[in-house]
Design a protein around this ligand. Structure first.
Ligand code: AP5
Length: 226
């Protein structure tokens, strides 16, 4: 079977993390979520975390040069030899170019980009009720996807918290950043015929089902091409 090098694209709160977790189980591929990687670095107070924190708290993107190396290293690792799922990267045109360069160096390419799209009002609603597990970033919602026990992660038993960047004024800035810096990637990947649009406004199980169907087609096309 051909390798699957997958990118999840979409506004904050569109469900990339929710679907990324499900996909990871399904596809058994490494899942690299830059937001999770950066939040872990902030918690561990590494140099990367110290640099990233000031940008993240404001809802701004960390500089490209800070994040590109982190992802390049993972893509180049043994565990990613059969493919990977990227969530939150690339997020700017220079990041997309850096990803292409790295993959080209390895004789590989992006297999597909899933755009999980939802309107801005839905983003505001979702992020206001999001609860995130402090240990591993598992995601819940007080209304749409509540944990079995309030404040406790179903998967690893750790505490559920409200992310620092889920305050309304920061969410608005993250949305603005998405429209200005990340949306241009939609056109880029569409022109390369890599983009697949997923309706992220549907309930999580329906979104998952649409993603499964889309991936089945992508895999079929990739297998036919080798
Ligand atoms: P990151 O953590 O990547 O944040 P984001 O892209 O803003 O995405 P979110 O994690 O907020 O949302 P999501 O799409 O994963 O949605 P979720 O599944 O949680 O990045 C954080 C920060 O790190 C950035 O602001 C930036 O500073 C920095 N950063 C990261 N990557 C970077 C990069 N490449 N370059 C530079 N800086 C970078 O769902 C949201 C909520 O909705 C949950 O409560 C969930 O339960 C619920 N939900 C999910 N799906 C549904 C559904 N279908 N119906 C109803 N509710 C749903």
């Amino acid at each position: 079977m051909a390798e699957l090098n997958l990118v999840l694209l979409g506004p904050p709160g569109s469900g990339k993390g929710t679907q990324g977790e499900r996909l990871q189980e399904d596809l058994r591929l490494p899942y690299y979520a830059t937001g999770d990687i950066l939040r872990a670095a902030v918690r561990e107070e590494t140099e990367l975390g110290r640099t990233a924190k000031e940008y993240m708290d404001l809802g701004d993107l960390v500089p490209d040069e800070v994040i590109v190396g982190t992802i390049a290293e993972r893509i180049d690792s043994e565990e990613a030899a059969d493919g990977f799922i990227l969530d939150g990267f690339p997020r700017t045109l220079p990041q997309a170019e850096a990803l292409d360069r790295k993959l080209e160096e390895l004789g590989r390419a992006v297999s597909g980009v899933l755009l999980i799209d939802v309107p801005d009002e839905e983003v505001m609603r979702r992020l206001g009720g999001r609860r995130t597990c402090i240990e591993n970033g598992h995601v819940f919602h007080v209304e749409f996807n509540p944990p079995k026990q309030e404040g406790v992660c179903d998967l690893d038993g750790s505490a559920l918290i409200v992310r620092d960047d889920d305050k309304p004024e920061v969410i608005r800035n993250r949305l603005g950043t998405y429209h200005a810096k990340t949306e241009p990637l939609i056109d880029r990947y569409d022109r390369q015929s890599l983009l697949r649009r997923i309706d992220g406004a549907a309930p999580p199980d329906e979104v998952e089902e649409e993603i499964r169907r889309t991936l089945a087609t992508l895999k079929m096309e990739a297998d036919e091409a080798i």
